[in-house]
Design a protein around this ligand. Sequence first.
Ligand SMILES: [Zn+2]
Length: 180
Amino acid sequence: MRVLYAGAIIGIAYCLIRFVEYNFYFARSRAPNGAEAAAIGAADALVAVTPGFGGYAARRVGTLARIADRDLTPTKWALEPQFASSLLVLTDALVSEVDTPFLASTIVHEMVHEGQFPGYKGTSWAQKAAYQVQSDFLRQLGIQGTAAQMYRQFPNTRADYITDLHDEFSDYNVRNPAIR
Ligand SMILES: [Zn+2]
């Protein structure tokens, strides 16, 4: 009986945390405008047609994309709440100042988290897994090279996005990183 009570309390606590977290990020984000919705749609479509990554597109169907100003997010480019996993918060900078393949790669990264257990998502193992899949996705699209090459190849993508991604791939020891 005691186990049942404990289970019920954990269940209620989980729902409560999820509710609070969902509303925290929902209140600090907004619906995408027309241009942003088009950019997200193009990225989603790219994920869906990339061989080996259709599962992430399927996962994405169940999530709601919202836009946040960069200042309002604890992470710099995008986030997927720890418990409220049906919410995908993308920064306005990511959606409007980064090319489609990179936006798509960040969506794939967040969809890796979507499949991870709440509480585990924030660990370095969880991040390493997400960056590995993100890197593999870019290589699958034929995107690979040094950061310097990427700045030249993608002049419409913010250089700090490329720099950050390069650093994360390096910090998490991603195998065959798309950005060396
Ligand atoms: Zn991550």
